[in-house]
Design a protein around this ligand. Structure first.
Ligand SMILES: [Zn+2]
Length: 67
């Protein structure tokens, strides 16, 4: 099958057992192996962003000053 691959934990390469059709953007998923939390950034393709509890997190995004 094309595109129906499994999602691996970026941290420990464990199969996160995520189905793209069953997650929404912004949803938080946890790795059962290393316990790291990831936020679903996009679902197509499925992209995960590690959720860090540390406030010391500098993001490399084009600063768009909204509001
Ligand atoms: Zn993991």
């Amino acid at each position: 099958m094309i595109g129906g691959g499994m999602v691996l934990c970026p941290e420990c390469d464990t199969d996160l057992d995520i189905v793209e059709d069953e997650v929404d953007e912004g949803e938080i998923v946890s790795c059962p192996e290393c316990g790291t939390d990831f936020e679903v950034v996009t679902t197509n393709p499925l992209e995960l962003n590690r959720v860090s509890e540390a406030e010391d997190d500098d993001e490399e995004e084009a600063g768009e000053d909204g509001d």
